[in-house]
Design a protein around this ligand. Structure first.
Ligand SMILES: C[S@@+](CC[C@H](N)C(=O)[O-])C[C@H]1O[C@@H](n2cnc3c(N)ncnc32)[C@H](O)[C@@H]1O
Length: 468
């Protein structure tokens, strides 16, 4: 073995694992029984750019098992914790941040358990250690009531759980973690710090996620027939949906989007599969297109239901196509293919698809664009072919439409510089597109118009053989 490779080997085994690899902090539930501050990482700042102390702790679970964990907190976090603890613990004093703070904070943490054990049992203490909350039981958009509960009363910890570290792209497929549920929930409940401060926090976190880069001109993902780089629609890189930093063209948003698979009904394969089976199971499509495939859940489900069919997922965002290709390999989904293409103007031949799916796509663009997508879908379908739209519910009642629009846009036009809401194009979708009537206007026959929940609708329509 050459001297340098021995050196690298020794270095690798001597480095603490978080420095050289991804880590995915899982939820820990129980009562803290030990806590100490073990190091000060002033040279490796956390994603907020702040130097942090590493706290290591032991928790006793309900089953009596002892589990170890760690969390990073800044001195300002300690101050916040100290200011929130009850007057009852007034004799537990936070040391000043002057000289040997590490040892003094360690003594503070140890005393917080040995001398004040009732403090360790409080929700505040659990939040400070980032335990006893995973956010997985929150039913974000299952229906209108769960959404209101999410906005107003579901518990959001005072301190964030430990953020994950993603080292490579393939890590983007690990199950959603408590920190990700926390940051998602925080994006709707940022009033305490204001939108600007939240936005900076969010952007700094997203900047740590895998980038899913490819060729400079993205030619590694171009759809067959594409010969020049994509010209993106004007709106696409202007007003971002869901507050996503950099929008869908920021490859680092891929993991952030994937981590919402347990929050939206139609991102959930367990919900999609029986619906696709019920609506399309009796058909025998040979070629299926999934427009705006994103994190590609619906493309994979269609591929499983129709193993004899060729399923093609397209999206404007190259990074999402790379993510889907990675997932395809993991799943062994041989009949599903992913390409970059614009759903408004694809390079595919007219009348070359039997079934075209779109899931949560049309409410994310101005009406002129969503109308173009629907006209393109009409062109691509064979006569007798079917479009299957799982999207935001179109409200027939104008009062409900108004409420839906106001709450999603904050009453601000998407093409302006004011603070947009999470769904800046909702007015264009609800009042401009009016999905069911536009489908009919361009020659589709509606087969199903289903109110799945107060937030989700299913619209299935057929391209007739003859247009009268
Ligand atoms: C909310 S995501 C939905 C993704 C996925 N269908 C799902 O249900 O999880 C909307 C997706 O539509 C894509 N998109 C928007 N406009 C598009 C267009 N004109 N052509 C293709 N994809 C588009 C976006 O890039 C994004 O990935």
């Amino acid at each position: 073995m050459a001297w340098w490779s021995l050196g690298v080997f020794l270095l690798a085994i001597s480095l603490p694992s978080p420095l050289i690899a991804s880590y995915f902090p899982e939820a820990i539930f129980g009562t803290p029984v030990k806590a100490s501050v073990v190091s000060y990482e002033k040279d490796s700042l956390d994603f907020r750019g702040q130097p942090v102390y590493r706290i290591e702790f032991t928790v006793r679970t309900e089953g009596g098992e002892e589990v170890e964990g760690f969390i990073h907190r800044s001195y300002a976090d300690f101050q916040h914790f100290d200011s929130l603890k009850s007057w009852y613990y007034k004799d537990l004093r936070l040391p000043a941040n002057t000289g040997n703070t590490l040892a003094k904070l360690d003594a503070y943490m140890k005393a917080s358990i040995t001398d004040y054990d009732s403090l360790a049992q409080t929700t505040l203490y659990g939040d400070f250690l980032g335990i006893n909350w995973d956010g997985n039981d929150i039913k974000y958009l299952k229906n209108f009531l769960t959404f209101m509960k999410f906005l107003l009363s579901d518990r959001l910890p005072i301190f964030p759980p430990e953020p994950p570290v993603f080292d490579t792209e393939k890590d983007a497929l690990v199950p959603v973690m408590p920190f990700e549920n926390y940051i998602f929930m925080r994006s709707f409940r940022f009033e305490d710090i204001g939108f600007e401060a939240f936005s900076e926090y969010y952007q700094n976190y997203v900047a740590t996620l895998p980038v899913f880069a490819g060729e400079d001109d993205e030619s590694d993902v171009w759809a067959p027939g594409m010969v020049t780089p994509m010209k993106y629609p004007y709106h696409y890189d202007k007003t971002y949906v869901h507050f996503t930093p950099g929008g869908y063209l920021n490859g680092r948003s891929v993991r952030m989007s994937y981590s919402t698979y347990n929050k939206f009904n139609f991102e959930n394969e367990v919900i999609l599969k029986p619906w696709f089976q019920q609506l399309h199971g009796r058909r025998a499509p040979k070629r299926i297109l999934d427009v705006g495939t994103g994190n590609c859940g619906s493309a994979f489900v269609l591929g499983e239901i129709f193993p004899q069919a060729e399923v093609i997922g397209i999206d404007l965002a190259p990074a999402y196509i790379r993510f889907c290709r990675l997932w395809k390999e993991q799943r062994g989904a041989k009949n599903v293919f992913f390409y970059q293409a614009n759903g408004e103007m694809t390079p595919f031949e007219s009348g070359s698809f039997d079934l075209i799916q779109f899931t949560y796509v049309l409410h994310e663009m101005p009406q002129e664009n969503s109308k173009r997508v629907l006209r393109e879908i009409h062109r691509l379908l064979k006569p007798g072919g079917v479009v299957s739209g799982f999207d935001v519910l179109y409200w027939k009642d104008p009062e409900w439409r108004k409420m839906n629009v106001e709450s999603n846009t904050y009453g601000v036009d998407w093409n302006s510089t004011a603070q947009h809401g999470p769904e800046p194009y909702m007015d264009e979708y609800q009042n401009g597109l009016q999905l069911p009537s536009y489908l009919q206007e361009i020659g589709f026959q509606i087969q199903h118009n289903i109110r799945y929940s107060n937030v989700d609708g299913i619209y299935v329509a057929r391209k007739p053989h003859f247009h009268l």
